[in-house]
Design a protein around this ligand. Structure first.
Ligand code: MG
Ligand code: MG
Length: 279
């Protein structure tokens, strides 16, 4: 889930003990994502995906971070095609050619983890598959900047520079965030920005880095449900997210896509690195 409602401006530095607890939360989250990935295909109702995630998280001792958060009605944000983020699970059945972003958070032992992944459903156009591959790549390009001594702006600059090369645009209204005992903490982590600007990064800061990248123009609108964010031009938007610990030298990714990737390997759900290379 993307942030924009942080009242507490405190930036926390987490101890190794706290980071170890967050990794436990992140493991359950990664496996919950994989349970959802197993079901993604044309014809599945997005509500069914939400139910599976909720059950898995609770069965593994966690609490779905999003359920009830500011009255959000579900455990997953499920955002199809031109929905950028914060879509509600519903009776909508995924269709061949859709893309679907699954965003999930888990609270376990008092600590949240937050991650998102966008899947191609069935036969997706090569241009849209490239949007997914490149948005995923931009996440890792941003993560690389989450090292002590850099600033928050270095992360956004890296993501923006990489994605705009392809003619895509970066959503401005929603941003990444600190994460810990609260789902959304300071600092805000925009996916755009200037090098050397923003809060300084120190080892032990925990950031949810989450590029939201539009195929077309950057403008978004919020629907009357108070949550669902769509692109103004109705073109598709992709979203990938990891929870990351700032470290000296090399950032540490606490969440994981390894369980998702085990499920999607050798299926049309898999996003190939080779798709980055095509013009
Ligand atoms: Mg999220
Ligand atoms: Mg988030």
């Amino acid at each position: 889930m993307a942030g924009s409602d942080k009242k507490d401006k405190m930036i926390y530095i987490r101890s190794e003990e706290e980071i170890a607890l967050m990794k436990i939360s992140a493991q359950v989250l990664g496996k919950a994502h994989a349970e959802v990935a197993k079901l993604i295909r044309p014809g599945v109702q997005t509500k069914e995906l939400d139910k599976v995630a909720e059950t898995f998280i609770k069965d593994n001792g966690g609490t779905p971070s999003f359920l009830g958060y500011n009255k959000f009605p579900a455990s997953l944000c499920i955002s199809v095609n031109d929905v950028v983020v914060h879509g509600f699970p519903s009776r909508y059945e995924l269709r061949d050619g859709d893309i679907v972003s699954i965003d999930c958070g888990v609270k376990l032992n008092g600590y949240h983890s937050d991650s998102a992944y966008t899947y191609p459903v069935g036969n997706v156009t090569p241009a849209t598959r490239r949007l997914l591959a490149r948005t995923k790549e931009s996440l890792y390009i941003g993560v690389e900047k989450a090292t002590e001594g850099n600033r928050v702006g270095d992360i956004g600059y890296a993501i923006q520079t990489y994605t705009e090369k392809f003619g895509y645009s970066v959503v401005r209204e929603l941003v990444g965030h600190g994460v810990g005992q609260n789902l959304h903490e300071a600092p805000e982590v925009p996916n755009y920005g200037k090098r050397g600007q923003g809060p300084k990064l120190y080892e032990g800061m925990i950031l949810a880095i989450e590029p939201m990248i539009n195929f077309g123009k950057k403008g978004v609108v919020q629907e009357r449900d108070g949550w669902t964010i769509r692109t103004v031009d109705r073109k598709p938007s992709a979203h990938f997210e990891h929870t990351v610990a700032v470290r000296k030298g090399k950032a540490e990714i606490l969440t994981t896509f390894e369980y998702i990737e085990a499920v999607t390997a050798n299926t049309s759900l898999m996003i190939e690195t080779s798709e980055l290379m095509v013009a």
